[in-house]
Design a protein around this ligand. Sequence first.
Ligand code: MRU
Length: 345
Amino acid sequence: MICPVRWSDGAVIILDQRELPGRVTYLTCRTVEQVARAIESLAVRGAPLIGITGAYGMALGIRRSRPSTLERDFTAAFDRIRRTRPTAVNLFWALDKMDRAYRTLVRNRRTVDQVKAGLAAEALGIHRDDARTCRMIGKNGACLIPRRARILTHCNTGSLATGGIGTALGVIRTAHRQGKVSMVYADETRPLLQGSRLTAWELLQHHIPATLICDSMAAGLMAGEMVGCVIVGADRIAANGDFANKVGTYGLAVLSRHHGIPFYVAAPVSTFDLSTSNGRGIPIEQRRGEEVTAIGRIATAPATIQAHNPSFDVTPARYVTAFITERGVITPPFRAGFKAKFDAR
Ligand code: MRU
């Protein structure tokens, strides 16, 4: 099992995903600033994993606190980490969970050492729970996958993006173990190539039959009846079912509808943001144009060309066949489906 982030002796150890698949190297983060930069630079990425890493960053933020600096250190860590990436709601969900744990410990007059231990335990708990959540998503989603399935996926949603086997990739891994997967088509996922660098790497590690395609090839594959279903992850799902995921997802959803192909979204309950009523309210991260004009250090465009680089796009709910969560599968109408599944949250 790949372990992309872990808490070790008061440091956050992060597998540097920018170096994959070429090199397996780890960053040792001993400050909140180092954790924040690892998230911003995509050394660590994927909605659930950003949340887990943010939680560890909070535990790190008070590691050296004295009674007189505890509140100030906690608030500084909270403010810094919440400014890293705006779209994946899992980060804010995890930070709010850490905040609630901290407030409870302080209200109960715990010593500073007890607060430090309590926050580390809370972060470890968030990490452990995500592993269980992924297994449930995998199990629930695999029921939707037919025999000899040919599945197309986008970006990376596996062990490198979560605390477990993954969301969309977790469904694929579970269905593969059940002997149902004949081919996975992985979009390379421009501009940062999470599909070719990370998903292709994970699929090979698990011996899942896989074929890498450029993003622009999906339409042709679908027209040629080579894709039976599409499964993607999500970074934030609004109350009406509109959702943000890696840029390019919206196009795939439209193409799937055009070709009559089921389009599934696999995500934990922590990715649902029911306080945002529809996709227009989802903040979309804008990244540097250089990510589009170069691959790594190699320029692929004239240096002075302007480049547009939204990291995510929003897919309208009407293109989604079903959401796959740890609590089960939700089909339209989504508002009512979410209410039934999440009222117990
Ligand atoms: O920019 P990234 O690599 O963090 O984007 C990741 C995605 O868009 C994933 O599809 C999403 O976070 C779901 S991960 C289980």
